[in-house]
Structures are given as structure tokens and as C-alpha cells.
Design a protein around this ligand. Structure first.
Ligand SMILES: [Mg+2]
Length: 321
């Protein structure tokens, strides 16, 4: 049964990773021994270290001690559940306190299970494997819910989540985050002239071209809706985003998809809006999105087939006609 769980992970080319947190090294050692060789194990001897590792290494499961000298297990759990980057990681408390009210409280703040100390290896193994299996299914379900059926790109729901996550990450590191928003010029006319089938083909071709312009694994492209697409570029300054946007504009031009009823070109073109900032506040990612939308609107009203960037008193427009 458990081998099947590990096989499912292996199909996806990785070993499940668990984080074991306990202030007593001997407890970490005992728990690690249960999964020796089967799982990728990382360990932390304090709550602070656990939070850091959970964020950086994104484990598939956390075995969490409750009583620790710095930040206790409850606080670690609450913090992880409040962070969009770590909220989906299942947490199992490992504790000598097995009173009902302790367990109830743990479930209330987001734990998925409890294991009593001193541990029984067979029980630990069963509980961990069960949660790893559920985690895998949940990940798969979310992955499907994140995809746009027509283009195979990530959808708007995923964009909203990733924007929130990268906003927090860039804010923590005080690094820039850029959004590129783009829209197909005169797409309604394209559909009216060539039909919706060709319209769908056009959107799919654009999606492939967009993916082809990505340079780093952390850069992502999304179908935002209709004929609108977005790119999320973490750790990218304005100059970097402008370079990406130029590459995108040229990549779509190079497709040479005929568009007889466009007013700007015999081929399909796009308009682009860019916004870039170093996040200052916890919330505010929607402002960045609005700014990219405003820049896109400016590109449209200035004649389409061009790039407009935000910030600026007056958006700086680069015509590529
Ligand atoms: Mg302890």
C-alpha cells in the first residue's frame, strides 16, 4: 500500500519531502529512522528554523513538536496556515500531551493529525503515508483547477494566487515584481471574420509563443480571460520587464497570423501594459495589477501594437509598429 504512494510520487519524479521539527535531537533521530531512505527528510530544532525551512523547501508534510523553547508548535502551525506559500502543507503534531482539548485545539488551528510520544513506528508510518497520499491528490486536483482548458496555460485563479505569493516573497526580500498584461488587437473582428474555430487556434498559437519567450523557471504566463494574457516576473526590474515585453511583441508578430480586418497590421498583433514595483505593504498587489491594466489601456488608446510602462507621470509609450 505505502509503496504505491511512493510510486505515485516517483511518477512525478520526486521523493516526498518531510520536515521533522523537535527541540530534542534524539526525537528527530527516532522519527527520521522510520522513513530512512524512503523520504527526503529535512529537520529543524526550533520553531524559527522550521518556519524558514518550510518556506524555502516547501515540504510535503511537517511533523511538528508542540513544546519548544522559542516559538511553540501551535504558533508555528498558525503562521504556516496564514501564509499562502505554506498553507497547503499538512501538519501532524507529535506530542506527549494527548488530552482531548489539546488535540481539539490543534485541529482547530489547522493540523491534520496527531501522533503520541513515545512514538510507535508503524503508526507514525501509517499516518504519514496517509497524509502524503492525500497531499498528492490535493495537489493534482489543484493543478487541474488551475489550468485553462483551451490553451493549457495556467488560468486567472492561478494568477491571482501566484500574484499574492510573489508579492509577499518580493516584499520580504525587497526585490522588484513585474506584471506584463497583454491583449490581442481587434480580436472581436478576427473572430467575426474568420470564425471562432480560427479564433481558438489563434489563442492557442499565442499561448505557445508566450511560453517560448519565458527565460527563467519562476516566470509564468497565464490566460487571464478571453483574449487577455498576463506574465508574472518575480525579481525583475522595469528594464528587464520591458525587454521581456519586446520579446513577446516580436514573438507574436513573428507568428504572422493573417488578420485582414485589423486596423494596425495585416497580421495579428498585441498591445502590452507593464507595471513594476518593489512591494512595500502586505497588501497592494491589486494596485500593481491595476497599473498594468491602465498601461495596457494606454497602449490601446495610443493606437495598439505597442508597449506602455507604469510607473511614470505619463506612461512611457514605445511604439513597435
Ligand atoms: Mg519539545
Amino acid at each position: 500500500m505505502w509503496n504505491k504512494v511512493l510510486d505515485e510520487y516517483a511518477i512525478r519524479c520526486y521523493k516526498p519531502r518531510i520536515l521533522i521539527v523537535d527541540d530534542q535531537p534524539v526525537n528527530i533521530h527516532t522519527l527520521s529512522a522510520v522513513f530512512h531512505g524512503e523520504l527526503d527528510i529535512i529537520v529543524a530544532t526550533s520553531g524559527e528554523k522550521a518556519l524558514h525551512l518550510a518556506l524555502k523547501q516547501k515540504p510535503d508534510l511537517i511533523l511538528l513538536d508542540i513544546v519548544m523553547p522559542d516559538i511553540d508548535g501551535y504558533e508555528v502551525c498558525r503562521k504556516l496556515k496564514n501564509d499562502p506559500i505554506t498553507e497547503w502543507i499538512p501538519i501532524i503534531f507529535v506530542t506527549a500531551e494527548t488530552e482531548a482539548n489539546v488535540e481539539a485545539y490543534g485541529f482547530e488551528i489547522g493540523a491534520v493529525d496527531f501522533i503520541a510520544k513515545p512514538i510507535n513506528p508503524a503508526i507514525v508510518r501509517a499516518r504519514v503515508m496517509t497524509q502524503l497520499m492525500l497531499k498528492l491528490y490535493m495537489d493534482n486536483m489543484r493543478e487541474v483547477a488551475w489550468l485553462d482548458g483551451l490553451t493549457g496555460l495556467y488560468n486567472r485563479r492561478r494568477f491571482d494566487e501566484m500574484l499574492k505569493q510573489h508579492w509577499l516573497l518580493c516584499r520580504r526580500e525587497q526585490r522588484p515584481l513585474a506584471i506584463i498584461m497583454l491583449d490581442v488587437d481587434f480580436f472581436k473582428r478576427f473572430n467575426d471574420n474568420y470564425g471562432h474555430q480560427k479564433g481558438d487556434d489563434c489563442l492557442r498559437a499565442i499561448a505557445v509563443a508566450l511560453k517560448g519567450t519565458l527565460r527563467r523557471p519562476m516566470d509564468m504566463v497565464f490566460r487571464y480571460g478571453g483574449e487577455e494574457f498576463t506574465c508574472l516576473l518575480p525579481l525583475t526590474d522595469l528594464a528587464g520587464a520591458q525587454e521581456r515585453a519586446s520579446a513577446i511583441l516580436n514573438a507574436i508578430k513573428a507568428l504572422q497570423i493573417p488578420h485582414a480586418t485589423s486596423r494596425v497590421s495585416p497580421f495579428v498583433t498585441i498591445s502590452i501594459g507593464i507595471a513594476c514595483t518593489i512591494p512595500e505593504q502586505e497588501k497592494g498587489e491589486e494596485d500593481l495589477l491595476n497599473h498594468s491594466d491602465q498601461a495596457l489601456y494606454q497602449s490601446k488608446s495610443d493606437g495598439r501594437n505597442r508597449i506602455t510602462t507604469w510607473p511614470g507621470d505619463k506612461p512611457d509609450t514605445v511604439s513597435e509598429v
